[in-house]
Design a protein around this ligand. Structure first.
Ligand code: MD6
Ligand code: FE
Length: 213
């Protein structure tokens, strides 16, 4: 009995959604990550970036790590310095890297070495349109995605943009590992519904750990 209980806690369930995509529900300690984000945002604040086409994105973004994902008129790319303060992005905390590696390991990705984390902040009505993540060098490395606060529906398409997506509900503390053949699949996040969460209020945060360089 006792041993069974301990086992179920140390071996959380992992759900395979398709080849390369795995969901680990309630895998992280949300408060720990939320507090860390708030600390990092004092150095590199959340800001709404400009698309290469000149539109202002809804979702507010910041980064942590050796480089940070950035978008402006010059395009999408990774930058070693935050253009807002001309300083390095706040470093990845050890516990963040450890959790991301543990999630990747559980999904079968042995040599995962993230060097950056993109942090998205969604407010009521914000959505993420279908896209592929392709600004990274090495597609054999998965992306580890962590959700905090309000729930959202993640939509997973196949390699082509059209067709019916698989809808995946991402809750506070859930971790999605996104690799293998699915690493190039289109995906989106549905409009954030108006709601209130004890940790994040009216917001949802998403952290995506990547090996960019
Ligand atoms: C989000 N996530 O969940 C946005 N991309 O708010 C992504 O765009 C994403 O979760 C690549 C891999 C995993 C992801
Ligand atoms: Fe993405």
């Amino acid at each position: 009995m006792m041993q069974n209980d301990l086992f179920s806690k140390s071996e959380p369930k992992i759900e395979a959604l398709c080849d390369g995509v795995y969901l680990l529900r309630q895998f992280i300690e949300p408060e720990l990550f939320y507090n860390q984000i708030m600390k990092m945002a004092k150095i590199s604040p959340f800001r709404r970036m400009m698309t290469p086409g000149g539109k202002i994105m809804n979702i507010a973004i910041t980064n942590s790590g050796d480089v940070g994902w950035y978008s402006d008129r010059k395009g999408y790319r990774y930058l070693p310095l935050d253009p807002l303060n001309a300083k390095p992005w706040p470093p990845l905390a050890d516990f963040m890297i450890k959790a991301a590696k543990q999630a990747a390991q559980k999904a079968g990705f042995k040599n995962y070495n993230p060097d950056t984390c993109l942090i998205n902040c969604y407010q009521t009505g914000d959505r993420l349109t279908p896209h592929q993540d392709k600004n990274e060098q090495d597609f054999s490395q998965p992306i580890v995605s962590m959700s905090l606060g309000l729930s959202a529906i993640f939509q997973l398409y196949e390699e082509v943009r059209g067709g019916k997506p698989k809808n995946i509900l991402l809750d506070n503390g859930d971790v999605l590992v996104f690799g293998g053949p699915a690493r190039r699949y289109f995906h989106a996040v549905k409009k954030l519904e108006k709601d209130n969460h004890t940790l994040t209020g009216s917001k949802r945060y998403n952290l995506t750990f990547r090996k960019a360089l």
